[in-house]
Design a protein around this ligand. Structure first.
Ligand code: PMP
Length: 280
């Protein structure tokens, strides 16, 4: 089966799928999205992803949507594509309407989905860890809503690649470390794992929540608190978390070695814990 797309109920191979030019997601970034990963032919954390999608739409005052129907359509599309290891992308825009900033009246949302095979990261990345740079966080004030307005994230990622690194870490004007360009971030410092608290400045990552839960289970001391760039640089371990990222160790930041420069045992244990949950 080819990689598939869904546009408002119409399923086609991805390369044949088209979206109207007046889709508000296309013209205004007026759309929300989710990415769900599958392992062994099963979609992982589907409840959590749809709960977050629903919240994103409510926060942006989208028209009422039957989330259960979209969920069923996503599951059907995934089944049809028949991949063990896939990423299901779901994007919902505030509909198609003549260009006008104001919300359109009585226009249904537009639902677009794709199912693509996930290529596993090169083993070297997981085994050796990654290098990152820090970048100024110039995103908007509602990073807790998962919208398609990702230009700052795109620019940050490209800046990292241009610098010969793998990813970028957003740091606020005041020096507070927020998250990665498409992941949340944890540090291990003084024997305590720390991650940014849930505020409008970061995405409430589903993997972040799972990792916190695994920490509780393993009785790892963990704190959701602010920390700055100097604490980041001085950490024993740093790692990123995300649906596709899983738990990914960072061994160098802005050219400075993190800890002993090798992937750390907390990251290894938490990645194993995460994979354990996936197989449940
Ligand atoms: N922060 C940002 C900015 C992201 O784009 C992502 C990936 N969706 C995450 C964090 C991680 O979220 P999740 O674990 O739900 O994939």
């Amino acid at each position: 089966m080819p990689e598939l797309a869904y546009v408002n109920g119409r399923i086609t191979p991805i390369e044949d799928a088209l979206v109207p030019v007046e889709d508000r997601g296309y013209q205004f970034g007026d759309a929300v999205y989710e990415v769900i990963a599958s392992y062994g032919g099963k979609l992982f954390c589907i409840d959590e992803h749809f709960a977050r999608l629903d919240r994103s739409m409510k926060e942006l005052r989208f028209p009422k949507v039957q989330v259960d129907e979209i969920r069923k359509a996503a599951a059907d599309l995934f089944t049809k594509a028949d991949f063990d290891r896939a990423g299901v992308y779901i994007q919902i825009s505030r509909g198609v309407s003549p260009r006008n900033h104001a919300f359109p009246a009585n226009v249904p949302v537009q639902v677009v989905m794709t199912v693509r095979k996930i290529e596993e990261k090169k083993p070297s990345v997981r085994e050796t860890g990654i290098c990152a740079i820090t970048v100024e966080d110039f995103r908007w004030g509602r990073c807790d809503i998962k919208t398609v307005q990702l230009l700052p994230n795109v620019l940050a990622k490209q800046k990292a690649l241009d610098a010969g690194c793998y990813d970028a870490i957003f740091v606020s004007n005041e020096g507070i470390v927020r998250e990665g360009s498409s992941s949340n971030l944890f540090i291990l410092t003084g024997g305590v794992l720390k991650t940014h608290p849930l505020t409008p400045d970061i995405l409430p990552g589903i993997t972040r929540a799972l990792v916190l839960d695994i920490c509780l289970e393993k009785k790892y001391p963990v704190k959701e608190c602010f920390f700055d760039k100097s604490e980041l640089y001085g950490s024993d371990e740093v790692f990123l978390t995300g649906t596709i990222t899983e738990v990914l160790p960072v061994i160098k930041i802005d050219g400075r070695t993190v800890g002993n420069g090798k992937i750390g045992s907390a990251a290894i244990t938490l990645q194993e814990g995460l994979l354990g949950r996936l197989k449940k």
